[in-house]
Design a protein around this ligand. Structure first.
Ligand SMILES: NC(=O)c1ccc[n+]([C@@H]2O[C@H](COP(=O)([O-])OP(=O)(O)OC[C@H]3O[C@@H](n4cnc5c(N)ncnc54)[C@H](OP(=O)(O)O)[C@@H]3O)[C@@H](O)[C@H]2O)c1
Length: 290
């Protein structure tokens, strides 16, 4: 039986940094190195809210931890000394599992890191943890589970967006108290273009939402058409959604979600000269689900 059942379906938050054309990375790694963005990722995925949750009014009790779910490639893209990501339950998805594979990948339950064979198995595993938001825990040996984040990469994001956000599946999920992906913490890079990216997040915006993101930068700092097309590809052409599925929340709502530590509103500038990067921290919610 699921230990989180009294807190409802497992709610997943996708967290990703995206180039202007939804690029996620290149050659198995990131296409940028942004200290401020990394610090934001660490804080966002580690912060355990004291009380707020769908089961409103229920206090987070005891020593609760968040969980991060990731694909095997993303696990291997994290420098060994930084993995498992500390203070969080790490769940790695691979088609090959078992003790030997765990050893090879440096994954051990004693360090709160687990290897599972699919995204649904990751969800089942996390549902077996007592919820930090439920009334009782009869499994004191396990940490209490607070929030769950999907941290990549491209394959895992695509599968979760495909299977955990559609209304029909959501209804079924609610019945089964399964899982829903209803929030996305997006760091939207605005410049430079990073046309070298070779993996992408599927488009989740309508044409007008894409336009809104594209005009966040004052026109003087917007890349020229030539810049956009330099490096050849110009990103991956993806069809916008015909109807809005996701809604961009205000900075106040993002701040409330991420707790008392201040998150910079508006355009953040990091690095200098050639390395100058501009981005915005955004929270998107699945329409009609929050
Ligand atoms: N910008 C960002 O925020 C961000 C975040 C994370 C990652 N990234 C980037 O994304 C790239 C990595 O993404 P990726 O798509 O190559 O890899 P990924 O999604 O991290 O991992 C893919 C691996 O996960 C396993 N997997 C995928 N689907 C599965 C399924 N249905 N059942 C069981 N196992 C499954 C397979 O592992 P096995 O091969 O072991 O079977 C597969 O090779 C890198 O460039 C990384 O830097 C960017």
């Amino acid at each position: 039986m699921s230990s989180t059942s009294s807190a409802g379906p497992l709610r997943l938050t996708l967290i990703a940094a995206l180039s202007p054309s939804n690029g996620l990375g290149v050659s198995g790694g990131l296409a940028w190195s942004l200290k401020g963005e990394m610090a934001y990722f660490r804080k966002a995925t580690s912060f355990v809210p004291p009380s707020s949750h769908p089961a409103a009014g229920v206090e987070t009790k005891g020593k609760a931890k968040n969980a991060v779910i990731m694909g095997r490639n993303t696990w291997e893209s994290i420098p060994p000394k930084f993995r498992p990501l500390k203070g969080r339950i790490n769940v790695v998805v691979s088609r090959t599992t078992g003790e030997e594979r765990e050893k090879e990948l440096g994954i051990s339950a004693s360090q709160d890191a687990y290897l599972v064979s699919s995204l649904p198995s990751a969800i089942s595993l996390l549902q077996s943890f007592p919820s930090a938001f439920a009334d009782t825990s009869d499994e004191p040996s396990k940490p209490l589970l607070a929030r769950t984040f999907l941290i990549g990469g491209a394959q895992l994001y695509a599968q979760a967006l495909q299977s955990l956000t559609r209304s029909q599946e959501l209804d079924q999920a609610k019945n089964k108290e399964d899982a829903v992906l209803d929030r996305m913490l997006i760091t939207r890079l605005l410049a430079p273009e990073h046309n070298e990216c070779d993996v992408f997040l599927p488009e989740y915006r309508t044409a007008s939402q894409i336009q809104e993101d594209a005009t966040l930068l004052p026109s003087a700092s917007q890349p020229s058409e030539a810049d956009r097309n330099s490096n050849g590809a110009g990103g991956q052409e993806q069809e916008p959604l015909a109807e809005a599925q996701w809604h961009k929340e205000s900075h106040e709502i993002l701040q409330r979600f991420l707790g008392p530590e201040k998150v910079q509103a508006g355009i953040v500038t990091e690095g200098e000269g050639q390395k100058e990067t501009k981005y915005e921290f955004q929270l998107w919610s699945l329409k009609g689900q929050l």
